[in-house]
Design a protein around this ligand. Sequence first.
Ligand SMILES: Cc1ncc(COP(=O)(O)O)c(C=O)c1O
Length: 496
Amino acid sequence: MKLLNLIKKLPEEKNLAIHPRPYFNHSVELKSIFSPEERAKMLQSVGLNVFFFPSEMITGCDLLSDSGVTTMTNEQWAALHLGDEAYGSNRGYFLLIDQIRETFGEEFFNKPGSGRPNAFIFHQGRSCEDALFTLLGKTGSDLIIPSNGHFDTTQANIQINKIQAVNLFSSELKRDKSDSYFKGNMNIQEFKKLLEKSSDKIPLAYLTITNNTAGAQPVSMKNIEEVAELAHKYNVPLFFDACRFAENAWFIKKYERGYTDTEIKKIVKEMFSHVDGFTISFKKDGLVNMGGGLFLKDNGLFIKKYPDSSEMLTNYQIVKEGHPTYGGLSGRDIMALSVGLKIIIKQEYLTYRINQVQEFGEELHKQGVPVLTPIGGHAVYLDVNRFFKDTEMKPGDFGGIALCALLLAAYGHRACELGYFAFGYFDKNTKREIPSEVNFVRFAIPRLRYEKQDLASCAESVKILYEYRHQIPPVKVTYGRDLPLRHFKAKFEFKR
Ligand SMILES: Cc1ncc(COP(=O)(O)O)c(C=O)c1O
């Protein structure tokens, strides 16, 4: 065939430098335009806390969070119309059962009437955590829940129930020069030590995939296997905090030996074959605005160890959220979720998605801005300590807060401090700030929302502020320094 022979003489499509997006715009929203002066006035009025800044005034990229997927596909929008708002056993519930079984494994969702209830729908991730840790908090005292990196709400829900939350970050994470692709791993040696000393105090161990608190870094299949094997040896169930399971699977396929030719779908199944349950916020890799779930493996170690959990969680769900067939979700949200879970594991979607995050991070890196490398899955993490290394900014000056305030007011891009302020705390006894282990500003990239140009503009703005770093003044906390989860509530002022 002439045409086939002709195209064989041209450079191959897959080798081109720039590829089109694997989707196109379905509808767009025009932004309102606000000036830097208007933004500065507004930010000042909300005490420099970017969470309280009206999103409508964000003229650049809103990278506060990748949660609550702001852009769904046309199939998902269409599915919303098919939502069935019946109080019991709505149409979407049955689709969701099939989809959960298909994505994660049949053992995570017993069909009604066949086996004990083991799948609990909630309105978002943290309510699943609340349910799980409220239950575990009643099973003993001085309990410990280790993780490769607890998310802030997970940690708070554990602590509220008087359980100790322990982070066993990988040692690679703190090494500037390490080029490990799996810095999200759990530190196996530390985990072993903890198990040897206190396994009877550990109701379960947690792996966050990808590890949001540790720079959105993925966890390798090898680490999942080793953690599961160790935990099970000591009769400790293993759970995933599975918010970004598909992105984690993409990293395994790309970087872990032996998985290049394995489909994402199969990698996901293999990952979940090692755990006894998981909590998930569907607002990330469920590709939806709202939703969460708690799933227990039928005949897994957790159910065996806590045989009453199924009954207790069902009661809890009914009292706090709703009937088990809708949990805290509307029928239309369930419909969008059952479609979202099909899309999220598509190889071409994931490749584009993660490459977009990586290109943004690499652009910052190229410009000399210190970011955590290799770049993670859903966000780019700027290392605040290295950013201000040659300046007079001190840990208690909260440089990350100052940087986010300037970026938003001057250039209209919203990022979020996840560092000494968000994760550190004020010790009321010693009247001293206790800094956290990590000090980042996070640029979380929402799924399907932005184009290259938007992110390039944000990278340029950050670079300008990097050059200006010696003039960035410290901030002081004017409200909320000693509150729990203080970053969501506090107010600040520039010192000069
Ligand atoms: C790793 C991780 N776990 C749990 C949560 C909590 O989920 P939600 O916001 O749906 O409550 C989040 C949210 O960002 C998260 O990133």
